[in-house]
Ligand binder design. Structure first.
Ligand code: IDP
Ligand code: MG
Length: 216
């Protein structure tokens, strides 16, 4: 995990240094012991703080375990009781949830989110549908979460989505395809910025991170 290797190395370096001074008088050794404990504690808490404050750009770091994608459950997914199912798939895969809110988008927000499709004939219907009720807006983090997230969602048209994907398993119609996922690093950064302020994103370290990644 980030920082732990450093702590371990720093600790073992210090312990070696302390052992080599073992011929020092007892009083100095006791003093050094206190100093060692204090320094180790200080180092540990400094690293822990740095780890907690580890700066990850709002839009994530594509190509690293800190890549981020904007994933949303659309109004049809909410109405059909699929919130838990969709979140569970991302959670079980091992991705990390770093932001989540339930929000009914205004037509302006819906239009802003789908701005790249404003010239499409289905744009009006899409905006009406997307602003018709609450959506679950989320940011998920992990290696390849943008591409893998799209694969987990399935093809835009559920008729072409593979069984086993969310749309393949739970949707029929392209206009009611249950979920949204960023389609690349640029749209991910743009969408995360559009839906969430920096204070709404959480940097946290899952307890099982080293069971999901060989290297972090
Ligand atoms: P995506 O959601 O897989 O990224 P986009 O092409 O970005 O697909 O389209 C955004 C959304 O617009 C789709 O998820 C779908 O809900 C809707 N949409 C796309 N194509 C059509 C269409 O031909 N008819 C109706 N709705 C469509
Ligand atoms: Mg899209």
């Amino acid at each position: 995990m980030f920082g732990r290797g450093f702590v371990r190395a720093a600790r073992s370096k210090f312990v070696k240094g302390f052992a080599s001074s073992a011929r020092a008088p007892a009083v100095r050794r006791i003093g050094a012991l206190g100093l060692a404990a204090g320094l180790t504690l200080a180092m540990t808490s400094t690293v822990a703080l740095t780890e907690g404050k580890k700066t990850i750009p709002h839009g994530g770091l594509p190509g690293t375990p800190y890549e981020r994608s904007f994933i949303a459950i659309k109004p049809d997914g909410i109405q059909r009781g699929l919130i838990g199912e969709i979140i569970a798939r991302f959670e079980k895969k091992g991705f990390k949830l770093v932001a989540l809110k339930l929000i009914t988008p205004t037509p302006e927000i819906a239009a802003g989110h789908y701005d790249d499709l404003k010239d499409k004939p289905f744009f009006g219907g899409l905006v009406n549908f997307f602003s018709s009720g609450p959506v679950v807006a989320m940011v998920w983090e992990g290696s390849n979460v943008i591409k893998t997230g799209r694969q987990m969602l399935g093809a835009t048209n559920p008729a072409a989505s593979m069984p086993g994907t969310i749309r393949g398993d739970y949707a029929i119609d392209v206009g009611r395809n249950v979920c949204h996922g960023s389609d690349g690093p640029e749209s991910a950064a743009k969408e995360i910025g559009f839906w969430f302020s920096p204070s709404e994103l959480y940097n946290w370290t899952p307890a099982d991170a080293t069971w999901k990644y060989e290297k972090l």
